[in-house]
Write a protein that binds this ligand. Structure first.
Ligand code: FMN
Ligand code: ATP
Length: 147
């Protein structure tokens, strides 16, 4: 174990895991020694359909991945509470996340957290039909099973 490991944070909903998530985690993990993942609380997922799986189940599946050192349930009210506790060196935003890098960097600075903010790349399908979105997996399930 490194003496002063650099810690990286990834975050998101991670409802039904797919290779796009693995791409995001491996890119984030490569930026430091330890990868911590914050799992969005169901009540805070307001910009799209609510997750199907419970918070703890989503956390436990992410925690079981080899490239993830720790998975944490997000805070219900203040997204900076887990960050203050983890004290990361880098926060990696997903390629399509609506969060603004500069706004997050400002909020971190105002709380005295010295941490860089980076943006991950997208994984493109490796073969025809590869489903790289939870929403699209759910649509496909409905298409194939709904009568
Ligand atoms: C730095 C950072 C920390 C976050 N921490 C939390 C948190 O503690 N609790 C939570 O419910 N959501 C948190 N979120 C929000 C979600 O992880 C996620 O960004 C948002 O719901 C969008 O999810 P999606 O990318 O899966 O669509 C955080 C987001 C960022 C950028
Ligand atoms: N194809 C992909 N390539 C790279 N990163 C991805 C990909 N799909 C999701 N991610 C990243 O994984 C994190 C969590 O994403 P999320 O749980 O919203 O998955 P999603 O498949 O995009 O969901 P939905 O289809 O419901 O919008 C986000 O940071 C997102 O940018």
């Amino acid at each position: 174990m490194t003496e002063n490991p650099t810690t990286v944070i990834a975050q998101g909903t991670f409802d039904i895991l797919h290779p796009g998530h693995l791409h995001y985690f491996s890119e984030a993990a490569a930026l430091g020694d330890e990868l911590h993942v914050i799992i969005a609380r169901r009540e805070n997922v307001t910009h799209k359909e609510k997750p199907i799986l419970p918070d703890r189940q989503r956390r436990d599946m992410v925690a079981a991945l080899e490239m993830v050192d720790e998975a944490h349930l997000g805070h219900t009210e203040d997204i900076f509470v887990p960050i203050e506790r983890i004290d990361p060196d880098c926060i990696v935003l997903g390629h399509d996340q609506h969060h603004d890098e500069a706004a997050i960097a400002d909020a971190l600075a105002s709380r005295g957290i010295d941490c860089e903010v980076r943006r991950a790349s997208a994984r493109e399908p490796k073969y025809e039909g590869e489903l790289l979105s939870t929403g699209r997996i759910v649509d496909r399930i409905l298409e194939l099973r709904d009568g």
